[in-house]
Write a protein that binds this ligand. Structure first.
Ligand code: F6P
Length: 527
């Protein structure tokens, strides 16, 4: 990509726009706010506070075409093995009716089975009596999706209470089950592979905690049905899925069982329908008004044309508190890649660092750096226009803060304005000279604002699918495989021989630094 004319054209626009302040871009084009805002149904993506203009966006669209995004999208939906390093198709869209399922895989039947089980649990009809608490044990994609969604949809959670245990730190399970009754708790072991060290260790610990109830109180979700059987979970409580569903894209499969138990089958179907609506939009809308494509192109602009290495995701919605963590895995595990699909160095920057916290809290912690620090950190603001159940006045305060942050970042407050304001307030010239530099905001800092009507299951499904497809488009332009994650393997392999060294004091063949740290840990533990 980096040697194409389309790439050069994008960079030429970047060179033109870098010195132009966002204030000037708005002043030069009175229609800018409308021209750079895009919507589908009640979901909108406003790019007007990004440091680009219509001509730059056209060049980015040219880049998407030159990269063959449309053909790659067709291959994705047709079930081609786009995850080439693992020889797999990528068809999580089939789980929500957004793409045809591979022949022979009973997607509908499997969905009906786990939704029926969810309803049985909700109705208190599981053998052994009603369930009051459900503990989902899983990590990464087998945890973050359902945990994020369960928090996002609290008003819809009218079933048993949901809990999530991911960390192999024994404190996580211990603190979670403290106060729960094993007789009234269902433990779901969620693991695509059913081999993940942390999950299996927690599953064994949970089985011990359940004691005599374990036979009736455990369920499993996995593609490894033999592994579930070997663990002792009866077939009627095992729910499968397929290798064409990546872990970080698996929320739509039976990995969503815990969520389905919380919100019920009907709302879970609405959640799937929201994602399917985004699949349809992504598949059918021309690139010029295709929301995942536009969001992806704004990201390429930030990362490659402007050279900014991170993105802050700031939902102005407390119930979306886990969205940044969810998007961290989705984006960074997908596009944190350094070689192309052909194995050559990628030749440009790929996935940015994704991080964030909900607003307004973030304003009172790290926003200082985003406003006045030396790095430019583009921000994705995400908000619902109306609250589900909160006080409307609070919601107005929340949204006012969201909009004000985007405004302050883009337009800032220059030194002359600060000086004039201080003078008008009667400050002494000495104080003005001393304080004005500290009180000035450079502005010209980019943000995208994503708005929708209300955070319900349909809207959440659509929002997640928007980001899934955005990640796909960026991977398609960078030419990387967004669907493997070899980078997490080395650490897992290196941890294995260290466990006996730390647990039992066994000798370990390791490097001098790790050896010294082990000795230090042993000395500290010995008191
Ligand atoms: O280690 C990374 C990873 O493989 C993720 O991609 C995945 O979501 C997570 O571990 C959990 O894997 P599993 O569902 O197989 O337990």
């Amino acid at each position: 990509m980096t040697t194409t004319e389309a790439w050069t054209a994008v960079h030429d626009h970047a060179a033109r726009l870098k010195p132009v302040h966002l204030r000037r871009l708005f002043a030069a084009d009175p229609g800018r706010a409308a021209a750079l805002a895009f919507a589908e149904d009640d979901l909108s993506v406003d790019l007007s506070k990004e440091k680009l203009d219509r001509a730059a966006l056209d060049a980015l669209l040219g880049l998407a075409r030159a990269a063959g995004v449309e053909a790659q999208r067709a291959a994705l939906f047709a079930g081609a093995p786009v995850n080439a390093t693992e020889g797999r198709a990528v068809l999580h869209m089939a789980l929500r009716g957004g793409a045809p399922a591979p022949a022979g895989d009973d997607v509908d039947g499997t969905r009906e089975r786990f939704l029926a089980f969810a309803e049985t649990v909700r109705a208190g009809q599981l053998p052994g009596g009603p369930v009051r608490d459900v503990v989902n044990i899983g990590i990464g994609g087998s945890d973050l999706g359902p945990a994020m969604a369960a928090r996002a949809l609290v008003p819809d959670c009218d079933g048993p209470r949901l809990h999530f245990v991911s960390n192999v730190d024994g404190a996580h399970l211990a603190d979670t089950v403290a106060g729960l009754d094993p007789a009234r708790t269902l433990v779901i072991v969620a693991s695509k592979t059913f081999t993940t060290q942390e999950t299996m260790a927690n599953a064994r610990l949970a089985r011990d905690w359940l004691g005599a109830h374990a036979a009736e109180r455990m369920a499993a979700v996995s593609t490894n049905l033999d592994g579930c059987a070997a663990f002792g979970i009866p077939q009627e409580r095992v729910f499968g899925f397929w290798d064409w569903v990546g872990g970080r894209y698996s929320l739509w499969s039976a990995i969503g069982l815990v969520l389905a138990i919380g919100i019920g089958a009907a709302r879970f179907r609405a959640f799937l329908a929201g994602a399917a609506a985004m699949d349809r939009h992504f598949r059918e809308a021309p690139l010029e008004r295709n929301l995942p494509v536009l969001l992806a192109l704004a990201g390429i602009w930030r990362r490659n044309a402007m050279g900014w290495p991170s993105v802050a995701v700031i939902p102005y919605d407390q119930r979306l508190a886990r969205l940044p963590a969810y998007l961290q895995q989705l984006d960074m595990e997908s596009n944190g890649k350094r070689v192309t699909r052909a194995g050559a160095p990628v030749g440009t920057a790929t996935g940015p660092v994704i991080w964030g916290e909900p607003g307004t809290n973030a304003q009172h912690s790290f926003f200082q750096l985003i406003h006045q620090g030396t790095d430019v950190v583009p921000v994705d603001f995400i908000a619902a226009a109306t609250p589900r159940d909160a006080d409307p006045r609070h919601h107005a305060m929340l949204l006012a803060n969201c909009l004000a942050q985007g405004q302050a970042l883009a337009f800032g407050r220059d030194t002359a304005e600060v000086e004039a304001e201080m003078a008008a307030a009667g400050a002494a010239p000495e104080a003005i000279a001393r304080l004005a530099p500290h009180r000035s905001f450079p502005g010209d800092r980019p943000s995208t604002t994503i708005l929708f009507r209300r955070l319900d299951p349909h809207a959440l499904g659509r929002l997640i699918a928007l980001f899934e497809h955005k990640v796909f488009v960026q991977g398609a332009i960078w030419g990387v495989n967004s669907y493997d994650q070899w980078g997490v393997e080395l650490g897992k392999a290196l941890a294995r021989p260290l466990i006996p060294a730390l647990a039992e004091g066994a000798a370990a063949e390791t490097d001098p630094s790790t050896r010294a740290l082990i000795d230090r840990i042993r000395a500290l533990a010995a008191g």
